[in-house]
Ligand binder design. Structure first.
Ligand SMILES: C[S@@+](CC[C@H](N)C(=O)[O-])C[C@H]1O[C@@H](n2cnc3c(N)ncnc32)[C@H](O)[C@@H]1O
Length: 251
C-alpha cells in the first residue's frame, strides 16, 4: 500500500528549494500581460499545519523554512510574502503547498486523477505559454522512469513550455540514470538545481533534493547560483555546503 503523506515533510529543505524555484518561474511568467497555463501534476493538499501530529512528529520544517530568517533573504521577498500572508501573526503555523504558492483563482480545476495521464491529455495548452510542475512522491521505484518518459512525451506535445521536475536523492544512481535519459532525449535548455542536507548514502533516507528545469526563465540560473551556496550553508547538516547548480543541456 502506498503511504506517502506530504504533511510529514511540508516546509522541509526540499520544499524550500522546490517552492523557491516555483516562485521564480511564476514571477517571471506574470511579468508579461499575456495568459499562461499552470499545471501541477502532483499538487497534494495545498496547505499544511505545522502543528499537526504529522508535522510535529518529524519536525522537518524546523530544518527547512523554520531556519530561514526573512530579513536575511531580501532576494526571496516574493516567496516569504506568500508564507507571511498565511501566517498573519508572524508565527509559522502553516506552510503552503505548491497549488497554494500559485494562489487562488476561480478558473482553477482540481482533478482527483492520475497526474501523469492528465498532463499529456492537457497538452498543448491553448495559451501557448505554460509552466508544468511535476512533483511525485517516488514511492515506487518505477516512478523514476515514469517521470522521464512522461516529461519527454509532454515536451514533444508542448516544446516551448517550462517544466520543473522535483527529485529526491535517496540512491544517487537513480538520479544519474534520470539525468542521463533526459540528456539523451535531445531536449535542449535543461538546468539542474540541487540542495543537500548531508552527503549521499544508499537508501538511508533523502540526503539531497533537486529541481530539473526545462526552458527556464533566463534569470533563474544566476539567481540560483547566488542562492544555493547560502541555502546549503544554512540548511545543511554537514560542515561543507552541498549543492549543485548546473546546465545539463544548453541551447
Ligand atoms: C510530494 S507530494 C506533492 C507536494 C506538492 N506538490 C507541494 O509542493 O506542496 C506528492 C503528492 O502526489 C500525490 N500523488 C501520488 N500519486 C499520484 C498520481 N499518480 N497522480 C497525482 N497525484 C499523485 C500524493 O498523494 C501526494 O499528495
Amino acid at each position: 500500500m502506498l503511504s506517502y503523506r506530504h504533511s510529514f515533510h511540508a516546509g522541509n529543505y526540499a520544499d524550500v528549494l522546490k517552492h523557491i524555484v516555483q516562485v521564480e518561474i511564476l514571477s517571471h511568467l506574470v511579468i508579461k500581460d499575456k495568459p499562461f497555463t499552470y499545471i501541477d501534476t502532483h499538487s497534494g493538499a495545498g496547505l499544511y499545519s505545522l502543528s499537526s501530529e504529522q508535522a510535529t512528529k518529524t519536525a522537518e520544517f524546523s530544518e527547512g523554512i523554520g531556519k530561514l530568517n526573512k530579513s536575511d533573504w531580501p532576494e526571496l521577498e516574493s516567496y516569504f510574502k506568500i508564507i507571511n500572508s498565511l501566517n498573519a501573526d508572524g508565527e509559522l503555523a502553516v506552510y503552503p503547498g505548491s497549488p497554494r504558492i500559485f494562489g487562488k483563482d476561480k478558473r482553477f480545476i482540481v482533478k482527483a486523477e492520475d497526474g501523469y495521464e492528465q498532463l499529456i491529455a492537457l497538452l498543448p495548452p491553448m495559451s501557448k505559454r505554460g509552466f508544468v510542475l511535476i512533483d511525485p512522491s517516488y514511492e515506487i521505484k518505477s516512478e523514476y522512469d515514469r517521470v522521464v518518459e512522461t516529461l519527454i512525451k509532454a515536451h514533444r506535445r508542448f516544446t516551448t513550455g517550462t517544466y520543473a521536475l522535483w527529485y529526491p536523492v535517496v540512491d544517487r544512481s537513480r538520479i544519474n540514470r534520470l539525468e542521463k535519459k533526459l540528456i539523451e532525449s535531445g531536449i535542449k535548455r535543461i538546468q539542474l538545481f540541487e540542495l543537500g542536507q548531508q552527503k549521499d548514502t544508499i537508501e538511508r533516507g533523502m540526503t539531497s533534493a533537486g529541481m530539473i528545469v526545462i526552458n527556464p526563465p533566463w534569470t533563474l540560473f544566476g539567481k540560483m547560483k547566488e542562492l544555493l551556496p547560502r541555502l546549503a550553508t544554512v540548511l545543511g547538516r554537514d560542515d561543507v555546503p552541498i549543492f549543485r547548480c548546473e546546465e545539463l543541456v544548453g541551447e
